[in-house]
Structure formats: structure tokens, C-alpha cells
Design a protein around this ligand. Structure first.
Ligand code: PEP
Ligand code: MG
Length: 573
């Protein structure tokens, strides 16, 4: 057996499967000509590659279930249409004919010409369409590259190795049946990582050079919890991991008996366990697992991988479907959190430092044409079930006041138009910027609830980009500064008598739940797959005991006793 790599484990769970190395983005295309008599053959080779790229896309499209969001399907449809476009397909054929270029080089030249045209466009939305050109060209280049080699179109049961994966890649490959993935870059709080957890895909990110170190087809063990990748594994080790997989599956089956039982601590303190949702399958699991509520509905996924912006009707239809699908389970809809790691074509300005730039509520307040349709749609959809609105990335009270004014004005307009809407919707804010955490008392006076977004709070407090694996070693939810900020927010909510929840990844991690219970947190929102694990953990805890120990810890933060006290609390479950 050999140890193939160590990275950041982002999903609980182990997987065993054959390596499938994604070549995408790694092909180097150099100028190459062919002999005149080879031209017809070269054109045929190019046409075959286009057919192959088309077949692959069509087969992915067919595997996406009906219920899956239309934006992913639309993304694939756009690429399928481009595979029929003369500018992309006929032009390289002409280049092959006229200059006897190899197919790869002809395609590369045409891509460069198209990208240049897009670059000169004034419309920022059209400018970003060049990403689609790049994507489709990569698919054809890949097919050209694989001609004559054994291709591996079927990804069922495969462990994907790639430099990096986008959230859309992750969803599409899940539908293709992959068993795990490993990437060279990326962080545990990136949206690809959050999605992988939500889809239950064991994954390890930040394993540098892994795509060059391993061979296509070799059997790998991926330990998504400890961030370990093993290759060349002997039978005994394989058996060990297989037993582990079976035990985990048995435990998961046993946990199903917890469905419907109220989440409480040992002494009966009620804790609310809520779900973070974004994909259609999350709605189903939230309902089946009987979450107390949806504490975070990420709506920006409605904007990704598509052409154009969703209009009010699309927003409305989507939210109504989600609300009705939840069958009475209350939902907190987060307004758009676009920008930074959630980029959307054509709708965010280029920023030198996107995480600190025009994102989330900042962008929404600046661009009413993006924000208005969403607010109107939420207000209208909220007549179909219990809804709360939550604002991401607040940093000052003006933002809250402006948002409230927009909501009031929107209600006035809807009334004028005679459209039904919900009049009393609680408005809450995400506390994910240190300034907001330190001013949580002021925010508590103007908002109906607070939710702590630790993914960003940790990023901004510790000054570590959440998608940059180089600074991942600094990622520490237990850093004294983070604990103080969390405590401040919980206390502020208590003083103002408003609910405080946590919806960052920390809330669903059993390593931190005892400490958070000790701090007085009573509402946890997490990806649906963690709900029963968290419930099981809560049953074993004493809130009273934890509260005493946590008070002691908070007084000793940073002292020599800090680590020992922390250990004691975290080991309690
Ligand atoms: C967070 O920042 O903790 C959060 C829940 O929001 P997101 O991960 O979507 O930025
Ligand atoms: Mg956030």
C-alpha cells in the first residue's frame, strides 16, 4: 500500500473506487500541420470529436432527474446548441481545409478568435459568455485527445481526480454516479465542498499534484473525514476500509429511528435542528428527516450556469415549489449572496478582492434590477407557507434600514397591482462579518432574528480566503477570537429576546456542537445529511454541565488552561 496524498477532508465518509483523472484544462495545444492528403481524414476526426462531445453532454443531460433545477439543464442545453454553431464548428473545418492545420490547432485558433470578439464587447454579460466557448472547446479537445485511446465515458463508481471542480461539475458528476472526488486546489468552506457534503460525496481537496502522481484506473481509498488518499492498497487494508463503510452504513440506518424524535439534550433542553438547502433533493431529505425548519435556503444557485437572469416569475415559481414541497416546514430564504466565491456571469463587477467587494446585500442594494424581482417573488410566494427573509453579509445598520424600506415599498406596489403577498414576514440578518458580530446588540434591536454564518465569519476574522488551500492551515473555528464573536452574538440575541441560530458549517459538526450548546446556542442549521448525527450527539450532552464548563473556558481563553478546558468540552459527546 502507498500513501498517495494528504489534503483537507471535506465530507465524512470513505469511498473506494478506480481513479478517473480529468484532463480538462490541462491539454496543451501547440501549432501542428498535416500533409495535404490527410485533410479529409482530419476533418472526419474533428467531426467525430464534435459528435463525441455532443453524445457525452446528451448522456449527462439524460441522467439529470426531472426534479433537478432547470438551470443545470439550461447550462447543458446552451453547450449542446453551441456544438451545432457554425462559428465554432464550421470555421475550424475551413481552417483545416485551407491551411492543413491539425484539428486541435484549427479549433484552438478559432477559439482564440471568438474569445477576442467576446473580450471587445461592451456588455459585461456577453463578455462572460466566452467561458461557455472555452468549456465547449475543451470538451471537443478532450474528445480529440482521447481518440484512439481507451475512453472512459462511464463515471459510475469512479473517484474523480481534478485540479479543481466547480459546483456545477459536482452536481453533474454526482448524476453520473461518481463515488468520490479529489482535487488539487480548494478549501473546506468553498461552495464545491459544501455541495459535496450536501450530496454526500466523500471528497478530499488541496492534494497538490495528485493528478500527476496517480494512474488512470488505479484503485483508491478516499477518506473524506481525515483527508487521506491511499493508492496501491493491499487486500487487508481494503477489507478494513470496506468494513468501515459497512459499519457507517449500519450506523446511518440505525439513526433513522431518530426521525421524528424532538432534538433535546440529556436533561430535555429542546434544541432546534434546521436544514441548509439549495438543491431539490435537499427539500426531500429535509421533509423525510423531519427537520424543525429550513434555517438557510441559498438562493444564488438559481443564478448559476445559465444565460440571463431569472425573472420574477421564475423566482416565484421556484420559491413556491420549495415552500409547498416542504409541506409546512418553516423556511428562511436568504436573499442573494452573489459575488466572491459565488460568481455569476455578467452580474458582478470585476473586483480586485471579491470577498471584500460588491457581494451579497451590497450588490443587491446597488442593483435593484437584480434584487427587486427576488423580493417581489419572496413576498408573493410567502402566502404559501411560513417564510422568513434573511440578509447575507450585513456590515452596518444602514443596510438593514434600506432593505426594510425596499420591502415596504415592494409591498405597497404589490398591493397597488392587486397581487397577493404575505404582510408579516420576519426579517433577520446573517452575522458573518466581524463588525456585525461586534455590533450584534444594535442589529438585534432592528432585526427579528440573527444567524451566525461561520464560514464567512472565520474567513473575515482570521483573514483567510475560504477557497485558498494555501492558507487553510489557519482555518480554526475554535480560535479565541471566533469563540468570543460567537458568544457576543448569542448574548446579544438573548438580551434582545430574539432567536439566534448558526448556519455555517460549524453548526453541523459534532466536534463543535457541545461547545456551542455550552455557549447557549439552541438553533443549529446544517446540511440535511448531518441532522441525525447532530441529534444523536445532542442526546448524549448535558446543557447544564456544558454551560458551566464553557463559562470557565470563556474566562480563560488564550490562557494556559484554554486547551485543556476546550478538550474536555469537545470530548464530552
Ligand atoms: C456562512 O458564511 O457561514 C454561510 C452559511 O453562508 P455561505 O457559506 O453561503 O457563504
Ligand atoms: Mg456566508
Amino acid at each position: 500500500m502507498s500513501f498517495a496524498g494528504n489534503g483537507i477532508g471535506i465530507t465524512r465518509g470513505i469511498a473506494i473506487g478506480e481513479a478517473h483523472i480529468l484532463q480538462r484544462g490541462m491539454l496543451e495545444i501547440t501549432p501542428r500541420s498535416i500533409e495535404q492528403p490527410e485533410i479529409p481524414f482530419e476533418i472526419e476526426r474533428f467531426r467525430d470529436a464534435v459528435c463525441c462531445a455532443r453524445d457525452r453532454l446528451q448522456s449527462v443531460r439524460q441522467k439529470i432527474p426531472e426534479s433537478t433545477r432547470s438551470d443545470i439543464v439550461a447550462f447543458i442545453d446552451t453547450h449542446l446548441l453551441m456544438l451545432n454553431d457554425a462559428a465554432l464548428i464550421q470555421a475550424p473545418i475551413d481552417l483545416i481545409k485551407q491551411h492543413a492545420y491539425a484539428a486541435e490547432w484549427a479549433l484552438q485558433l478559432q477559439k482564440e478568435a471568438l474569445v477576442q470578439v467576446f473580450d471587445t464587447m461592451d456588455d459585461p454579460y456577453l463578455r462572460t459568455r466566452k467561458d461557455d466557448v472555452e468549456h465547449v472547446v475543451n470538451q471537443i479537445q478532450k474528445a480529440l485527445h482521447e481518440q484512439g485511446e481507451e475512453t472512459d465515458g462511464d463515471l459510475t463508481g469512479k473517484v474523480i481526480l481534478a485540479q479543481d471542480l466547480t459546483p456545477a461539475d459536482t452536481i453533474v458528476m454526482r448524476h453520473q454516479g461518481i463515488t468520490a472526488f479529489i482535487t488539487e486546489f480548494g478549501g473546506p468552506m468553498s461552495h464545491t465542498a459544501i455541495l459535496a457534503r450536501s450530496l454526500g460525496i466523500p471528497a478530499v481537496v488541496g492534494v497538490h499534484s495528485i493528478t500527476r502522481l496517480l494512474r488512470q484506473g488505479e484503485v483508491l481509498v478516499v477518506d473524506g473525514e481525515h483527508g487521506v488518499v491511499l493508492a496501491d492498497v493491499d487486500r487487508r487494508t481494503l477489507d478494513h476500509y470496506r468494513r468501515h463503510i459497512h459499519t457507517a452504513a449500519d450506523q446511518a440506518t440505525q439513526r433513522l429511528s431518530l426521525i421524528g424524535k424532538p432534538a433535546t439534550t440529556k436533561e430535555g433542553v429542546r434544541v432546534s435542528l434546521m436544514a441548509n438547502i439549495e438543491l431539490p433533493e435537499d427539500i426531500e431529505s429535509t421533509r423525510v428527516l423531519k427537520a424543525d425548519a429550513v434555517g438557510l435556503y441559498r438562493t444564488e444557485f438559481l443564478y448559476m450556469n445559465r444565460q440571463g437572469m431569472p425573472d420574477e416569475e421564475e423566482h416565484y415559481r421556484t420559491y413556491r415549489k420549495v415552500i409547498e414541497g416542504l409541506d409546512g416546514i418553516p423556511i428562511t430564504i436568504r436573499t442573494l449572496d452573489l459575488g466572491a466565491d459565488k460568481q455569476v456571469d455578467g452580474c458582478t463587477a470585476a473586483s480586485c478582492n471579491p470577498a471584500l467587494g460588491l457581494r451579497a446585500i451590497r450588490l443587491c442594494l446597488k442593483e435593484p434590477k437584480i434584487f427587486q424581482p427576488q423580493i417581489r417573488a419572496i413576498l408573493r410566494a410567502a402566502i404559501h407557507g411560513p417564510v422568513r427573509i434573511m440578509i447575507p453579509m450585513l456590515s452596518n445598520l444602514q443596510e438593514v434600514r434600506k432593505l426594510k424600506a425596499i420591502i415596504a415599498e415592494t409591498k405597497r406596489q404589490l398591493a397597488e397591482e392587486g397581487l397577493p403577498y404575505a404582510d408579516h414576514i420576519p426579517i433577520g440578518g446573517m452575522i458573518e462579518v466581524p463588525a456585525a458580530a461586534l455590533s450584534a446588540d444594535a442589529f438585534s434591536k432592528e432585526l427579528d432574528f440573527l444567524s451566525i454564518g461561520t464560514n464567512d465569519l472565520i474567513q473575515y476574522t482570521l483573514a483567510i480566503d475560504r477557497v485558498d488551500d494555501e492558507v487553510n492551515y489557519l482555518y480554526d473555528p475554535l480560535h479565541p477570537a471566533i469563540l468570543r464573536l460567537i458568544q457576543t452574538v448569542i448574548e446579544a440575541g438573548k438580551a434582545a429576546d430574539i432567536p439566534v441560530s448558526m448556519c455555517g458549517e460549524m453548526a453541523g459538526d459534532p466536534r463543535y456542537i457541545p461547545l456551542l450548546v455550552g455557549m447557549g446556542l439552541r438553533e443549529f442549521s446544517m446540511q440535511p445529511g448531518s441532522l441525525l448525527i447532530a441529534k444523536e450527539c445532542l442526546f448524549s450532552l448535558s446543557a447544564e454541565k456544558l454551560s458551566k464548563q464553557t463559562r470557565k473556558l470563556m474566562k480563560k481563553l488564550g490562557s494556559s488552561k484554554h486547551e485543556r478546558l476546550l478538550d474536555k468540552i469537545c470530548r464530552l459527546h
